[in-house]
Design a protein around this ligand. Sequence first.
Ligand code: HAM
Length: 440
Amino acid sequence: MNRQTCQEEDVLDLLAKTPRGTTDILPSASLLWQYIEGQLAEIFRLFGYKEIRTPIFEETELFERGIGEATDIVEKEMYTFADRAGRSLTLRPEGTAPVVRAYLQHKLYGEPQPIKVYYVGPMFRYERPQAGRSRQFHQYGAEALGTQDPATDAEMIAIPMELYRRLGLEELQVELNSIGCPLCRDEYRKYLIEALGPKADELCGDCQRRLSRNPLRVLDCKSESCNAVKVGLKSIHDFLCRECHDHFEQVKAYLDLLQVPYAINPKLVRGFDYYTKTVFEILYHDLGAQSAIAGGGRYDGLVEECGGPATAAVGFAAGMERLILTLEDKGWRPPIADCIDVFVAGSKEARTTVVDTVFRLRALGWSAEMDYSDRSLRAQMKSANRLNATWTVIIGEEELANRQALVRHMADGQQEAVPFDAIHDWLLQQIDNSCQGVKE
Ligand code: HAM
């Protein structure tokens, strides 16, 4: 094989693969996605959230400022590129900063508060791909801007928990913490630098760097060497100011009221600089290393940081792929039937009538399908079975001559002759007249 052919093969090989860390959601999987998205739309409606759709890319500055320059995401995980005019743009690694940008750009702070929005869509992070971690993944999430009410903090946990309840997921852990406001957190930062400073060289490389820039992140490092150094450290809860302490007590009280079980994890910090007060994660431990299926918290300083008025806010986001992995791990089957109402089968001579019948049925609201490759009637009946048709309309030569179709109920094989122009009315009269897409 010459060099050129070899290169050509490499290129063709690449063309037949998604880029590393990305996947296709094939038609066989998208019914499940749509089912979950349908449940979500209903839950968000009940909780009073309306959908927002922001661009897939934003000015890089928004994420640098919003998420924080010293965070893992900004330091090493962003897909940043210059456009043809030389602007630095970044594929969104998360949804909170874009929502804050939209809140400012459209002066939503001038409208009655709070502004409650939700989103579902792809996010991009240059991470090392592994099970449950990809470079393009999908989040659903919500943000409530313009309120400090601890009831909204509880709401952000209650929303994903309601979805999980509907999907029958029970073995989930909610971990909860407060990381205080800039005032009380600063005291804790100083304490951490003092307490950990003398043992800095026993910390892992990442935490040695974090110690001066963002010492709280040392708390949620899982490496063994760091764990040993952290034994006996005071908790953030010893430093919370009265307001942060009371806010946290109220969030816990609301979760108790809603009967959402949770565990306090004083080491939970999360990897964004914007958080204040409440932070939380929802975990499904059987997923292994990537066990967080949702996370969020309050960010009372971010709107101001981005140039807007002082605005309290809180939100969460959850991973769709990790949710689906969890459902698969539990052997969950979606209550969805992949089926159609009617398959119209016909002989070659009846082709025009078949096409006409299919299009008329579709226009009247029936999901209808036909054969596109000149197959025999027998093969067409097989297709009807494969597509899980509730009814098959058969138009052979004899039916064509009589202008009557044979309409067969596929479950029991019962069939009846029905005039062409009466099929719709006849189907309407049947009890089992349509494919039940979602079987509740
Ligand atoms: P996050 O914890 O970075 O928070 O992401 C939320 C969820 O997205 C995670 O719990 C996980 O399920 C999923 N996720 C994150 N990275 C990946 C990945 N590489 N592959 C697959 N799934 C992933 C945020 O993004 C914040 N914006 C949440 C928030 C909203 N806080 C306040 N408002």
